[in-house]
Design a protein around this ligand. Sequence first.
Ligand code: NAP
Length: 514
Amino acid sequence: MPTTLDQREEAPTEARTPHVRIGILGAGFAGLGMAIKLKQAGIEDFVICERDTGVGGTWWANTYPGCQCDIPSHLYSFSFAPNPDWTRTYPNQPEIKNYLAHCAERYGILEHIRFGCEVTGAEWDEADRLWRVHTSQGPLTADLLIGAPGGLSEPSSPDLPGLDSFQGTTFHTARWNHDHELTSRRVAVIGTGASAIQVVPQIQPIVEHLDVFQRTPPWIVPHRDRPITKFERRLYRRFPALQRLARAGIYWSRELLVPGLIHNNRMLRMIERMARRHLEEQVPDPELRARLTPSYRIGCKRILPSNDWYPAITKPNVEVVTSGIREVTPTGVVDRDGVEHPADTIIFGTGFYVTDIPLAKLLRGRDGRLLSEVWDGSPQAYMGSAIAGFPNLFLLVGPNTGLGHNSIVFMIEAQLNYVMDALCAMREREVGEIEVREEAQRAYNEYLQSRMGQTVWNSGGCSSWYIDANGKNTTIWPDFTWRFWQRTRRFDSGAYRLTAPARRPAPTTEPVTA
Ligand code: NAP
C-alpha cells in the first residue's frame, strides 16, 4: 500500500493515536441504530464520527420549510423504540430529528459521538490489520469500520453556465439559508423532486414571484397526512400493541406495491389513474396540465404525495418553466426559449450525490485503491454491506438497499442484525479479520442485476438517480423488503473469509473518548 504523506507525518505520534474497536461514520438513523445495537450487546469500545453538530444525519441537515417524511410515522422509527407521541401520520423533520436525539440520549449514545468530526480519509493497514482513519479532529485507528453516511447526504447542485456571475443568493434545499429572508423576493426554484414539492407551497405565499424550473414532471398522488389526535396518542402509550399493529398494517400495505414495481408495471396503472385524477382536480388549465403530466410509468421515479403542490404552482405569482435552463445571468435565469426570468434568489432542489457517494473517495482497501476506483461508477457490495478488498468494513444503507415504496429504517435494522451477527461470528471463532469473498459478492450482484430488467426503475421510461453512470441500477433493492430481512437474518459465514487470530498489537494506542 502506498505510504501517504499523512501517514509519514503521523508516524512519530503513532503511540498517541487513539484506538477503538469499532469506528462508526455518521450519526444518522443507521449510525445511531448501530451504536444502540452495540451498546445492547455490551460493546462500549466504539466511537461515532459525525461531521455535523447534532444527531440525525439527513434529518439534522435538512431544515427547509415543509420538510417532512413521505413514509408514515409509525413505520419511520426503530422497531425497538416506538414513538407513541408522533403528532402527525407522516412525521415532519423537527419531530424526526427530536426522535433521533431522544434515542441517542435514551440509549446512552451521546458520550460516544465526536461532533464536528469530519472523516477525510481512511485506509486499511494490512500489517497492523486495522483501519487508519483521518478526521478533522486528528487520526484514530479502528479494528472495524462501519460506514453510515446515508444515501442522501451530499447535496448536488448543477454547474449551470453563468452561475458564478449571479449577484443574488443561492442555496440548496438541504442547506437551507435561514438568514436569507424570502419575503417579497423574486425566487427561482430549480427542480421538482421530493424536496422542491414540499418547499414551494411553503414559500409561495410570501415571495413576490416564483419561477419553478421543471425538467421532468413528477407523479403526484393525494397525501394522507393528518394530525394524530391526543386520544390516539394516549391509546398508543397505554397499549403499545396497538401501535405495533398500526405499524404492521402500514408495512404490509406498502409491500403490496412490490409486484407492480418489480414484475408487472401495468399493475401500477391504478395508482397512475389516481394521480391523473389528482392533477385534473387541482390544475384546471389544460396547457399547464399537459406540461405537468409525466410521460413515464409511475414509480420509475419516487411517487410523491402532496395536496398543496399543484395549488401552489397554479397561483398567480408562480410560473412553471419547462423549456429548460440555458444560463444564469447576474440578475436571473434564462430559459431555453431565451426568456430571462429575473431572480434575486436561486434555490436548488436538485437532489444528492447517490451513486457517487463522497465516502467512496475516502476509503482505501487492501490494495491501496480507493473504493470509488474499485466501484468505477457502479457501487456494489454483498448484502449492501461488505465489499471484497475492504476487510473489516461494513456499509449501512449501501448499494442496492434503497427503496421506492417502504421504510428505509426496516432495511437499516436488517443490516444492523447482520453486522451484529457478523461480530458474534468473529468473537466465537476468535478471528480478527473478515472479508467477503469476491465470488460471493459477484454472484449476489449478478443476481440483483438479473432482477432489474423488468422493474419499473429500469424499464419505466424515465431517467433517475437510481441508475448509475454505467446505466446500472445500483441503488434500489429489487424485491420485497422482507426478503432482504430474510437474507440478512443470519450472518452467512460461507460467503466470507474469516482469518487472522483476534489479536491486538500491544496497546500502543489510547482508547478514544468522544
Ligand atoms: P430529487 O428527487 O433527485 O429531485 C431533483 C430534482 O432536480 C428533479 O426534479 C430533477 O429533475 C431536478 N434537477 C436535477 N438536476 C437538474 C438540472 N441540472 N436542471 C434542472 N433540473 C434539475 O431530489 P430531492 O427532491 O432532494 O429528493 C431526493 C430524495 O430524497 C428523494 O427521492 C427521497 O428519497 C428523499 N426525500 C424524501 C423526502 C420525503 O420523505 N418526503 C423529502 C425530500 C427528499 P429530473 O427529474 O429531470 O432529474
